[in-house]
Design a protein around this ligand. Structure first.
Ligand code: CAA
Length: 283
């Protein structure tokens, strides 16, 4: 089945990036959120990021205009029912995601594929609570979505081959590369990336280095585009902590113990760039 229309649930950082790349590739996008303000902000962000691509001659003005015209928004989640593929990119809380899929279910077309952009919640568990576990999979983008080349495609235990192939075709059409991952805690990227970030926080906590020296070491010594603490601020310290907890609980190994300093920052509300304070001060 060829996907033509895509529903994006959630107009946050990931949702607007997903709408951007899908519309640019020619898909009709309907993006939903519970806040009109979030929807307006998301559309403005897509506009700004597309404009940046125009100014760098990556795309033409006509391509930008066509992409913008393909994005519609709604505050009524069930309006997404008639789309061919739904990508849920709401808050990273299992109960929230479950409620979204439950609300959508009676309005879906029989062939609609459900996916989640979750960075660590079990796809099998989310799928099992829907009427279509065989048409459910993980569709995990990296941040910033318009820039990062990878999409992790995660099969739940029941995901069928047709669903995987349909999602793979979408990844190829948007010009990205898919990595196929099995459904185990935090999949591939975050299974490897988050323990590194957590270790960087331990390195700070134990006084081995300071924020600058730790980040500089990994940028200049390991050729990472961002240092691990800068990257943690970029991702959100709450997200980093949540993923470490998923790894710690799901794999029951103390090597995934979240650093107490990471927990303390999250408790302080110092979540990184989005709250203007994390390991760095953005105020
Ligand atoms: N939207 C669109 N384009 C953007 C953008 C955005 N938000 N941010 C940057 N860009 C574009 C720029 O326009 C520029 O494009 P061109 O090459 O066409 O000129 C390009 O990206 C590079 O940007 P800059 O020159 O402004 O800045 P930079 O060279 O410092 O790169 C960065 C910025 C791409 C974010 C880079 O620092 C980087 O790759 N950082 C690491 C990001 C990363 O690791 N992401 C994964 C996080 S983990 C994750 O997402 C999974 C999870 O579940 C938590």
């Amino acid at each position: 089945m060829e996907i033509q229309t895509i529903g994006v649930v959630g107009a946050g950082q990931m949702g607007n990036g997903i709408a951007h790349v899908m519309a640019l590739a020619g898909y009709d996008v309907l993006m939903s959120d519970i806040s009109q303000e979030a929807l307006d902000k998301a559309v403005a962000t897509v506009d700004k990021n597309l404009e940046r691509q125009v100014s760098r001659d990556r795309i033409s003005q006509a391509e930008k205009d066509a992409a913008m015209a393909r994005i519609r928004t709604t505050m009524t989640l069930t309006d997404l029912g008639p789309t061919d593929l739904i990508i849920e990119a709401a808050t990273e809380r299992e109960t929230v995601k479950q409620a979204i899929f439950e609300d959508l279910q009676p309005h879906l077309k029989p062939h609609t594929i459900l996916t989640s952009n979750t960075s660590s919640i079990s796809i099998t568990r989310l799928a099992s609570r829907t009427d279509r576990p065989e048409k459910f999979m993980g569709f995990h983008f990296m941040n910033p979505v318009p820039v990062m080349q990878l999409v992790e495609l995660i099969r739940g235990i029941a995901t069928d081959e047709a669903t995987y192939k349909a999602c793979l075709a979408v990844v190829e059409r948007i010009g990205k590369t898919a990595a196929s991952a099995e459904d185990f805690p935090a999949f591939i990227v975050n299974r490897i990336l988050m323990p590194m970030i957590n270790e960087a926080v331990y390195t700070l906590y134990e006084g081995v280095g300071n924020v600058r020296s730790i980040d500089q070491s990994m940028k200049l010594g390991a050729n990472h585009p961002m240092g691990p603490l800068e990257l943690a601020d970029f991702i959100g310290l709450d997200t980093c902590l949540a993923i470490m907890n998923v790894l710690h609980d799901g794999l029951a190994d103390t090597k995934y113990r979240p650093c107490p300093l990471l927990t303390k920052y999250v408790e302080a509300g110092w979540l990184g760039r989005k709250t203007k304070r994390g390991f760095y001060d953005y105020r």
